[in-house]
Design a protein around this ligand. Structure first.
Ligand SMILES: Cc1cc2nc3c(=O)[nH]c(=O)nc-3n(C[C@H](O)[C@H](O)[C@H](O)COP(=O)(O)OP(=O)(O)OC[C@H]3O[C@@H](n4cnc5c(N)ncnc54)[C@H](O)[C@@H]3O)c2cc1C
Length: 642
């Protein structure tokens, strides 16, 4: 029996985390160095965790597949990180951040987790400022704030359009101090390919050195996965090219439950796709929706005109029209669906792609007129430059074009309140877990969650696990360790020697991406999901029969790396569709066409689907476990942004 107790504390919401922390066991400082902890992934969640555990005195071994922790996908984060400091005195509070996040997630997340996240949000800012993270400031010296979607207050702290990079430099500097002290040993260019489970406990990992191809095992007292999200399952996404699911998928196949895999976020403000040979989509930060106005032509015959020639009365500022209260700052799921609806009606703009114009305008002319071009440059200059270098168009003169793209995954490894998965001693932090965003994440809250997990939550809960467990000494000759290395080698051999090698990993990646985008993307329905499940089963067979991996396994081989990751995306894609099919309701980003209101809004079914879907791996097909969500403090309501 796996651990499937969410371990949510009881009592007044405000005191739950403090009380829980008090109940957690501690380890005396002089004893901490006896414990070994493996951390996989050194993005914001992993680097902050390594820094904190190292500083506390534990013995940490960390791995990442990038050239350096500084190259983790977290550096891409542009817009900011939320915290309820209420510097603007505009009515923000811990409670309001909690409320916005739970409502933004369409009531599909745990109240206790989210309240804790809101409480810790202010500590994150203090921590980052102490490290020297250069957040934007007002003339007075106070840290500046801007607004993000789904809120009516300004609570997003930012460092121009490079918030993730600056936060990661802070976390990485702290981690580097621990590397220098010897408490953290770090190996870059090392990919975790398998979990070592002994007596039901996570006791280590097998990694492949991506430069030499060497396979090695590493054992410890517990393992923490901070390995990010899986939006790249869609092939085209805003994520870094290397982002993948392999670590979380290996955990799943070893018994960790995978929660809400179909809850994936399609972000509304991305540079539209332009052709079949594209391998990447680029996000234009949500912060642009603070000042940019989204519109499309009212008349289809205007769609190929120069936007500056379209008269004001012929423009449809559709988000302002449909959602007057939140207007251009409605949450991402709502904005994305509205954009798609406009393009499906034939009112999209930009060049034709598969016979459709996939784009609407994001227009800065009003704000430029209001505050002047220099002020706009100060706020968004680097984002405008990036847009210009990608599209060749100058957004100071012509409106940007945007279209939704896969961006973030709310689903991930199921974790309890202690961030422990259903495998004892296996923890998951950051985007790798499912924890706090329900069916839709609000902007600027991923950095908040990853850093809350890494700096403040996991250091306490991992220590508690270590203090309360007994560990048999394990060395590298242990039969389970040897068996796990064999499993990895056998899989690599299979990837290198398909019976009829013909197609590249990219060929399969595009196939699974296209199936998922059309059936499990912004709109889903029973018939297409059933067809997708069958197609994915066929694709999986074709993959193992005809994947072509050139080069050698005992050398630097990016085709082999990619093949392994795509094999996992195909299996995960299957689970995403199974999950989307099971959930016969619409909630947040999960839009089942059969359960949408005429307005396009999601229609939840709290009575039958008010649960976290936690899937267990089984050779005969995934098994569903339901964690029922109790709402003691906020009554789930219709999510009204009008
Ligand atoms: C373009 C873009 C902009 C964004 N902007 C914002 C924003 O403004 N605000 C916000 O809150 N959120 C934003 N997000 C989301 C946010 O950036 C991510 O959710 C967050 O950074 C994830 O951090 P992480 O530490 O969980 O994972 P990551 O940063 O993805 O790090 C994953 C780590 O795991 C390692 N890894 C993975 N698999 C393995 C393996 N098998 N073996 C070894 N190592 C492995 C990688 O090497 C890496 O070190 C944005 C996302 C994108 C795509």
């Amino acid at each position: 029996m796996q651990n499937f107790n969410p371990n949510v504390p009881s009592g007044p919401l405000e005191n739950r985390w403090d009380k829980h922390k008090f109940d957690l066991a501690l380890i005396a400082p002089q004893n901490r160095k006896k414990y070994k902890i493996i951390v996989i992934g050194t993005g914001l969640a992993g680097a902050s965790l390594c820094a904190t555990l190292g500083e506390a005195g534990y013995n940490i071994k960390s791995f990442c597949y990038n050239d350096s922790p500084r190259r983790a996908h977290s550096i891409a984060a542009q817009g900011g990180v939320n915290a309820s400091k209420n510097y603007q005195n505009d009515g923000d509070s811990t409670w309001r951040l909690f409320y916005d996040t739970i409502k933004g997630g369409d009531f599909r997340a745990r109240e206790s987790n989210i309240y804790r996240l809101a409480q810790l949000s202010c500590n994150i800012i203090d921590q980052a400022v102490s490290q020297g993270v250069p957040f934007a400031r007002e003339y007075s010296g106070y840290l500046a704030n801007r607004s993000f979607g789904g809120t009516q207050v300004s609570r997003t702290f930012y460092a121009r359009g490079q918030t993730g990079q600056q936060l990661l430099l802070g976390a990485y500097s702290s981690m580097s101090k621990e590397i220098a002290s010897g408490r953290v040993t770090h190996q870059s260019r090392s990919e975790m390919l398998e979990m070592i489970i002994i007596d039901g406990k996570a006791r280590g990992v097998v990694v492949r050195n991506l430069v030499s191809g060497e396979i090695s095992a590493h054992v410890a007292d517990c393992v923490v996965l901070c390995t990010g999200g899986y939006s790249n399952a869609y092939y085209l996404s805003t994520n870094a090219m290397g982002c993948n699911t392999s670590a979380t998928w290996r955990a799943f196949k070893n018994g960790a439950y995978f929660a809400n895999p179909s809850f994936t976020q399609i972000h509304p403000t991305c540079v539209p796709p332009t052709g079949d040979s594209q391998s990447k989509l680029t996000l234009m930060s949500e912060s642009l929706r603070n000042d940019g106005r989204i519109w499309s032509p009212k008349n289809t015959e205007d769609c190929d005109k120069n936007p500056n020639d379209i008269q004001e009365q012929d423009r449809d500022y559709f988000l302002e029209r449909m959602y007057p209260a939140f207007a251009n700052l409605v949450p991402r799921d709502i904005a994305s669906r509205a954009l798609k609806g406009i393009c499906d009606e034939g009112r999209g703009v930009g060049s034709l792609f598969n016979n459709q114009r996939l784009g609407v305008y994001l227009d800065f002319s009003s704000v430029i007129e209001k505050i002047g071009i220099e002020k706009v440059k100060e706020k968004y200059g680097n984002l405008f430059d990036m847009y210009k270098s990608i599209t060749g168009e100058n957004p100071y003169e012509v409106p940007m074009k945007i279209y939704p793209a896969p961006h973030y995954t709310m689903g991930g490894l199921w974790v309890d309140y202690n961030l422990m998965t259903s495998i004892n001693g296996l923890f998951a932090c950051g985007e790798a877990n499912f924890s706090d965003h329900g069916a839709n994440r609000l902007g600027a809250s991923a950095l908040m969650q990853g850093l809350a997990d890494g700096y403040f939550i996991a250091p306490q809960t991992v220590a508690n696990y270590l203090a309360r467990s007994k560990f048999e000494e394990i060395d590298l000759d242990h039969p389970e360790v040897i068996a796990t290395i064999d499993t990895v080698k056998t899989r690599i051999e299979k990837l290198m020697n398909a019976p009829k090698p013909e197609y590249s990993p990219d060929y399969f990646h595009k196939k699974i991406g296209s199936i998922l985008w059309t059936t499990c993307g912004m709109a889903r329905d029973k018939d297409s999901l059933e067809a997708a499940i069958k197609d994915i089963n066929d694709l999986k067979k074709l993959f193992w029969n005809s994947i072509k991996v050139t080069g050698s396994e005992s050398d630097f081989n990016q085709t082999l790396e990619k093949a392994g990751r795509v094999a996992d995306f195909i299996e995960l894609g299957h689970l995403m569709c199974v999950d989307a099919l099971d959930r016969e309701e619409s909630c947040g980003a999960h839009a089942r066409l059969e359960y949408l209101a005429e307005s396009g809004d999601a229609m939840r079914d709290d009575e039958n689907y008010g649960y976290v879907a936690a899937w267990e791996f089984n050779d005969d097909g995934p098994v569903l476990h339901k964690e029922h969500l109790d709402f003691e403090f906020i009554k789930p309501t219709y999510r009204d942004y009008k």
